[in-house]
Design a protein around this ligand. Structure first.
Ligand code: ZN
Length: 465
């Protein structure tokens, strides 16, 4: 018979097993002691501050957004950290990475400090507020207040913008797209700093210049409401003397052009009205008519341009062409008195002046059914005595086109171009065909210059405003 001895275990296997058990036990003891926190190493020289804490998750008032609060009641290194939690894992990771990084640095620093003096207590608080743009874009503005117990508290800011609909993080590069736009933003921030009582004297300091240079990192802390973009600067970032966090607010209306489409706001039309240029008025006047041949052509051109003008009529001409006078009135133009026989009124007695004017008034009233509303003396020949003979306002002119002299359509335009300015009264005559022929070009030019055509009385009303 042969006895088969089982193969004997070599002795080294036992040794390895015992070694492994001992190592594991030591490791477990170490880990357990780590979990118990700081107290376990009190007797030794080591201090281990672990990130052990209470974690509370609660609903926020924003749909789908939770508020996380992490606290540690450690007497030397307490902290309270709050941050948002969204439906996006990637976004949440980015937030927790940032806050845990801050926390871990704080704990490491506290370990060093406590190594020197274990009675010191630091503090760390991270809190945040939620700012909403267009109901979908959330800006979470995290404020960090930190002290290692040996110096004053310091304040830092960190923002995260979240697109709720597309469940993703938005960087400033998503909101304003180009380097050129960033330069515009930087200039706008500078302007706003100029308006800030605390900062306006600092704009030329190197610190401020560096802090608002158009590089993306300078503006990474930002938020958006429906009206404002805020850019945040850490305590001390703009000036050592300003330890608090500084917010520069920019009205979105001033940077709408650099915002990417989803973030643009509707600029109300009233804003546009405010910037509209004041209207430029010009009063065109036609003397010595009405004429059965020229006046109809003048009326046609005025109608084409929807322009209203003033016709200073000679009484005898009205009586000769009453239908034409009536047509001028019917088309909405103003009618003025230009004496009965185109007389030089300064040369006449009071009685004769009165007669010249009243005969004309009668002629106009009888032709149109209405009294004239202005008076222009022929040749501009007028003085106090002449003026005293009528209650009508005396209207002269500021631009003499000399159409009666040159009788040239092109020259008519060049005189207008050369001398017309806002509120001009332009003198022309509706008895020369050259004037009627050149009128279309004159009105086209004035329209392009932005002029509105008014009667002399309307112009007087505008001046009173
Ligand atoms: Zn005249």
């Amino acid at each position: 018979m042969t006895t088969i001895h089982p193969k004997k275990k070599p002795r080294w296997v036992d040794l390895v097993l015992i070694g492994a058990i001992l190592t594991l036990t030591a490791l477990i003891i170490f880990l357990v002691s780590m979990q118990n926190g700081d107290d376990s190493f009190k007797d030794s020289d080591q201090i281990a501050l672990a990130a052990s804490s209470d974690i509370v998750k609660e609903k926020s008032k924003y749909d789908g957004i939770y508020k996380i609060t992490e606290t540690s009641a450690n007497k030397n290194a307490p902290y309270t950290i709050q941050y948002p939690k969204t439906a996006s894992k990637v976004f949440n990771q980015s937030v927790t990475d940032a806050v845990h990084n801050i926390r871990d640095h704080y704990l490491k620093d506290m370990e060093k400090v406590l190594h020197e003096d274990d009675s010191i207590a630091g503090s760390l608080t991270i809190s945040y507020k939620t700012i909403v743009h267009k109901k979908n874009y959330y800006s979470f503005v995290l404020t960090q207040t930190i002290s290692d117990g040996t110096g004053p508290k310091q304040k830092y800011i960190k923002t995260f913008m979240y697109d709720q609909k597309n469940k993703k993080q938005l960087l400033l590069q998503d909101v304003i797209l180009s380097q050129k736009d960033l330069t515009t933003l930087s200039k706008t921030v500078k302007k706003q700093i100029h308006k800030d009582a605390e900062l306006q004297d600092l704009t030329k300091t190197t610190t401020v210049k560096e802090a608002i240079k158009p590089i993306w990192a300078n503006f990474e802390n930002y938020s958006l409401t429906d009206k404002t973009m805020s850019i945040y600067f850490d305590g001390g970032e703009l000036s050592k003397n300003i330890p608090k966090i500084k917010t520069v607010n920019i009205p979105l209306s001033t940077i709408n052009s650099i915002l990417a489409n989803p973030y643009k706001i509707e600029v109300k039309k009233t804003v546009k009205k405010k910037t509209e240029k004041p209207k430029k008025f010009v009063a065109l006047t036609f003397d010595d008519g009405p004429s059965n041949t020229v006046t109809p052509k003048v009326l046609k051109v005025l109608k084409k341009h929807h322009a209203k003008a003033t016709f200073f009529m000679v009484g005898s001409q009205v009586n000769a062409n009453p239908k034409m006078a009536k047509k001028v009135y019917a088309e909405g133009h103003e009618i003025g008195n230009h004496s009965y026989s185109h007389a030089d009124l300064k040369q006449l007695s009071n009685a004769k002046i009165k007669s010249q004017l009243s005969k004309t008034n009668k002629a106009i009233k009888s032709a149109t059914g209405h009294n004239p509303t202005a008076f222009r003396p022929p040749y501009g020949s007028v003085d106090k005595r002449v003026r005293a003979q009528t209650k009508l306002p005396t209207i002269l002119w500021s631009v003499d086109t000399r159409d009666w002299e040159h009788r040239n359509s092109k020259k008519l335009l060049s005189y207008v171009k050369q001398y017309t300015y806002p509120e001009s009264i332009v003198l022309m005559h509706d008895i020369h065909m050259s004037t009627a022929n050149g009128l279309d070009a004159v009105l086209t030019y004035l329209e392009k210059q932005g002029y509105t055509f008014v009667t002399v009385s309307e112009l007087n009303d505008q001046k009173k405003k």
